[in-house]
Ligand binder design. Structure first.
Ligand SMILES: Nc1ncnc2c1ncn2[C@@H]1O[C@H](COP(=O)(O)OP(=O)(O)OP(=O)(O)O)[C@@H](O)[C@H]1O
Length: 225
């Protein structure tokens, strides 16, 4: 679960990127965050991942108040959190397998278990045949799927994604969103930032709308037509 309680964020020297934001995404729920460019979508996700800290208010992830997580506790929190970025941030000099394996290596998982889980994650995103390749030899969409495999390999309770389909063709974008919905089906809490309204509408999931850092609408999935 993810809970924001009266959260505001002001960047140093900047205006307020988020203003008194309150909402909750229940465990096992999937929701989209949308809004214009600069509305605060990325900021919201960065606060969940502790890439940024709020100026005011409280954020709780999986029952843990983030204000109580110090620098030293960040890796532990991130182990329960899968993160997908638009630019996927893969290590280009490592194989697909090694990229996906990374969170498990950091998490101290034994090699045999790591291999099993990496292959399961690659199979899930349809890339098992590419495990020995370098990311450069893959298409943009395939690289994005490697990023998703890396985000889910440690079976996080919460999956957050920032514009995960931003540079993909429409067909592939639909497939990627379908993958996120599958993770929700197995109990993962999923929060996806996207400005692709036609795609969001196809998914029939809850939509939280931001406008200049404020929550201006919260539409339940069954009302998303
Ligand atoms: N590191 C930063 N320092 C100062 N201001 C920032 C910083 N990051 C974001 N902002 C500002 O905060 C506001 C919200 O930005 P944010 O990136 O969260 O919006 P967004 O909805 O994700 O936009 P986009 O769709 O263009 O990615 C914007 O006005 C942006 O200029």
């Amino acid at each position: 679960m993810i809970r924001f309680d009266q959260v505001s964020k002001r960047y140093e020297g900047g205006h307020e990127a988020l203003s008194q934001l309150s909402f909750e995404v229940a465990a096992g729920e999937m929701a989209f965050v949308t809004g214009h460019s600069g509305a605060g979508k990325s900021t919201l996700l960065k606060l969940i991942a502790l890439i940024e800290r709020p100026s005011h208010g409280q954020i709780v992830v999986e029952g843990q108040s983030l204000a109580k997580v110090g620098r030293g506790g960040i890796p532990k929190l991130r182990r329960r959190l899968g993160m997908v970025f638009q630019d996927h941030r893969l290590l280009m000099d490592r194989t697909v397998f090694a990229n996906v394996e990374l969170p498990l290596t950091i998490g101290g998982i034994a090699p045999a278990e790591r291999s099993r889980r990496v292959r399961a994650a690659l199979e899930k995103v349809g890339l098992l045949a590419y495990e020995r390749q370098l990311p450069d030899s893959l298409s943009t969409g395939e690289q994005q799927r490697v990023g998703i495999a890396r985000a889910i390999v440690a079976r996080p309770a919460v999956l957050i994604a920032d514009e995960p389909t931003g540079n993909l063709d429409p067909q592939l974008a639909v497939e990627i969103m379908g993958l996120f919905a599958e993770f929700q089906d197995i109990g993962t809490t999923v929060l996806v930032a996207s400005h692709d309204l036609p795609l969001i509408k196809r998914m029939h999931k809850r939509v939280v709308v931001l406008d200049h850092g404020r929550l201006v609408a919260d539409i339940p999935g069954e009302e998303v037509l």
